[in-house]
Design a protein around this ligand. Structure first.
Ligand SMILES: Nc1ncnc2c1ncn2[C@@H]1O[C@H](COP(=O)(O)OP(=O)(O)OP(=O)(O)O)[C@@H](O)[C@H]1O
Ligand SMILES: [Mg+2]
Length: 145
């Protein structure tokens, strides 16, 4: 497990670089971002997109739930970004086809509010975000079921 202090927005580059490198190193293409409202999940995803050379702006997929971006990285070709906060239930979850995107090793898949799908994923990097008074702390663990 690794811990990052991400209180400073500038530290997000280091954090997202670490996450992308870990994905490549450990053959894992799924990053789950857990943390309260406003913890910084979308902001971290935007920084991951920068690391992967995504040229379009990455917005919060709160209303659309799913967004897919083309990267300019030569290892991961697409960034799939999900926000499951407003998901209505299991049927809607299945319709999103997240597991199919995870099965494509050329995708990197980032999921905000992953609680509903976590049991179906076997190999992921879990990022637990906490705001403690004025400090923001990210705990990162690799999970293999
Ligand atoms: N490391 C940080 N330091 C300071 N401000 C931050 C940091 N990360 C995010 N913020 C700010 O906090 C606000 C919320 O961030 P963000 O939208 O990324 O949170 P979120 O976890 O995705 O929220 P939600 O649960 O609604 O999806 C934004 O205004 C963002 O600029
Ligand atoms: Mg968000």
């Amino acid at each position: 497990m690794k811990t990052f202090d991400y209180t400073d927005l500038n530290s997000l580059q280091e954090l997202s670089q670490y996450l992308v490198n870990q994905c490549k190193k450990t053959n894992c293409n799924t990053i789950l971002l857990k943390g309260e409202l406003g913890a910084g999940k979308t902001t971290i995803t935007q920084n991951i997109a920068i690391q992967l050379g995504v040229k379009t702006r990455v917005n919060s997929p709160t209303f659309t739930i799913a967004k897919k971006y083309t990267t300019t990285d030569n290892y991961f070709l697409n960034l799939c970004h999900y926000d499951l906060y407003r998901l209505s239930g299991k049927q809607e979850l299945d319709e999103l086809g997240i597991l199919e995107e995870i099965n494509n090793v050329k995708n990197v898949v980032v999921i905000e509010w992953p609680e509903l799908i976590v049991k179906q994923i076997e190999n992921y990097i879990l990022v637990k975000l906490k705001i403690e008074s004025r400090k923001r702390v990210a705990n990162i663990v690799k999970i293999e079921v």
